[in-house]
Design a protein around this ligand. Structure first.
Ligand SMILES: Nc1ncnc2c1ncn2[C@@H]1O[C@H](COP(=O)(O)OP(=O)(O)O)[C@@H](O)[C@H]1O
Ligand SMILES: [Mg+2]
Length: 154
C-alpha cells in the first residue's frame, strides 16, 4: 500500500485510538522513512498531548495517554547489541497498559516479544512524498486498525 503523509498520519491516529494493550509495534525503514511520523500519529490517537520528540538520543520516552494507557516510544538505532537493551528497561516492557512503539526493532534481535507487529516504510523511487507500507503480524498481537489492507486509503 502506498500512502502520502496525511494518509500515514490518519492511519496512525486510528491505530492509536483503537488498539488494545499491551501491544508492541516495530517500525522499520531507513532514516527519513517516516517511522517517527507514524509513531507520533499513533501517540496522538492514543491521547498523548504535546510534542513527542524523536528518541534518537534518549532512546526511550514514555507518555501518559488516554486513561490507563501509556505510550512508550523507543529508537534502537544506536543500540549496538541486543544485550544493551537491559539498560533501557526492555524486560519490563509490555505492561498491560502499554503501547510500545520501537523504531529499528531489528536491533533487538531475539529479544523482540513473541507477539508483535512489524510495519515497514520505504520511499518509492522518484516519489519522496509517498511511502510504501507493508505490515506483518508476528505471533498473535491485538488487532490493528486498517489491517488487512483492504480498508486502507479510506
Ligand atoms: N508519505 C509520507 N509519510 C511519512 N513521512 C513523509 C511522507 N512524505 C514525506 N514525509 C517526510 O519524511 C520525513 C520522515 O521523517 P521521520 O518520521 O523522522 O523518519 P524516521 O523516523 O523514519 O527516520 C518527515 O520529514 C516527513 O515530513
Ligand atoms: Mg525516527
Amino acid at each position: 500500500m502506498r500512502l502520502d503523509e496525511e494518509g500515514i498520519v490518519r492511519w496512525g491516529v486510528r491505530i492509536g485510538e483503537t488498539v488494545r494493550t499491551p501491544v508492541f509495534l516495530g517500525l522499520q525503514g531507513e532514516l527519513g522513512a517516516g517511522k517517527s511520523v507514524l509513531a507520533r500519529a499513533i501517540g496522538e490517537g492514543a491521547g498523548v498531548s504535546g510534542h513527542m520528540p524523536s528518541p534518537s538520543f534518549n532512546l526511550v520516552f514514555r507518555y501518559p495517554a488516554r486513561p490507563d494507557i501509556e505510550v512508550v516510544h523507543m529508537d534502537l538505532y544506536r543500540v549496538a547489541r541486543p544485550g544493551d537493551l537491559a539498560e533501557l528497561g526492555w524486560s519490563e516492557l509490555g505492561q498491560p497498559n502499554e503501547i510500545v512503539l520501537v523504531e529499528w526493532p531489528e536491533r533487538a534481535g531475539d529479544l523482540l516479544p513473541r507477539d508483535h507487529w512489524l510495519i515497514r516504510l520505504s520511499v518509492p523511487p522518484a516519489r519522496p512524498d509517498l511511502r510504501d507500507v507493508s505490515v506483518s503480524r508476528v505471533g498473535a498481537p491485538p488487532e490493528l486498525a486498517g489491517f488487512p489492507m483492504s480498508v486502507w486509503g479510506t
